[in-house]
Ligand binder design. Structure first.
Ligand code: PEP
Length: 251
């Protein structure tokens, strides 16, 4: 049985004090969430140490939002994977569309980052998804297939076990426009097929695939009811503990 996960991407929001307060609220409410659903929060780098402390003793795991593509050294402003493990990160998000769009994150860089993270024992939430032009041109399957293959096909079957894929149609992120459950499901099923083509059906069945893009308490149930949607990567709604937990209760 593959894992169900609800992960919160806080992006560049909250001060450290606000982040700690949010983490404490999520940790306190996490007792309501059934054992079969894992919770993850991804605060900004500056918050990781304090948020790790706030989450101690709870079922909520800590994630980074990115990591460096080098192990260490003269890379001003970057954060290496061993720094993430040293503060208790279990996951890192990689390839978020905002990083692909604004910070030149290429598939080639993502391969390097993914391998560094996995070698350090950090699980990767790999984001893929098409933008509006690509969807309107009918290229969404092709774009998602290419992004998925570019990173996952460089991994071993063992490494695949530490990968979570997040399908995030760029046109649905922070816009209030959610993909319909049917639109999301057909892409999730396609991602699973792409994984199966390289690693086999059985391995593909074990990969958790999250949906992200204006997921909120009012639409999570419908999305999570789909066969290949195993949870959500949540942006805006993850900044309110009640909404975040409500989403995690939507399976
Ligand atoms: C995200 O950026 O990962 C995301 C899903 O954002 P939102 O939920 O705000 O659309």
């Amino acid at each position: 049985m593959r894992k169900k996960i609800v992960a919160g991407n806080w992006k560049m929001n909250t001060t450290v004090a606000e982040g700690v307060e949010l983490a404490k609220a999520v940790a306190a409410k996490s007792v309501e969430v059934p054992a079969g659903v894992d919770l993850v929060v991804a605060p900004p780098f500056t918050h990781l140490v304090c948020v790790a402390d706030a989450l101690k003793g709870s079922k909520v795991a800590l994630s980074a939002q990115n990591c460096a593509d080098h192990e260490k050294g003269a890379y001003t402003g970057e954060v290496a994977v061993n720094m993430l493990t040293s503060v208790g990160c279990e996951y890192t998000i990689l390839g978020h569309s905002e990083r692909r769009q604004y910070y030149g994150e290429t598939d080639e860089k993502l391969v390097v980052k993914t391998k560094l993270a996995l070698e350090a024992g950090i699980k990767v939430i790999l984001c893929v998804g098409e933008n509006l032009d690509e969807r309107e041109a009918g290229k969404h399957f092709e774009v998602v297939k290419n992004q998925t293959e570019a990173v996952l096909y460089t991994l071993t079957a063992e490494q695949l076990k530490s990968i979570v894929v997040a399908y995030e149609p760029v046109w649905a992120i922070g816009t209030g426009k959610t993909a319909t459950a049917a639109q999301a499901e057909e892409i999730h099923a396609c991602i699973r097929k792409v994984i199966a083509a390289k690693f086999g059906e059985e391995a593909a069945e074990e990969v958790t695939i999250l949906y992200g893009g204006s997921c909120k308490p009012s639409n999570a149930k419908e999305l999570f009811a789909e066969k290949d949607i195993d949870g959500g990567l949540i942006g805006g709604a993850a900044l309110k503990a009640d909404d975040f937990i409500q989403i995690a209760l939507s399976f």
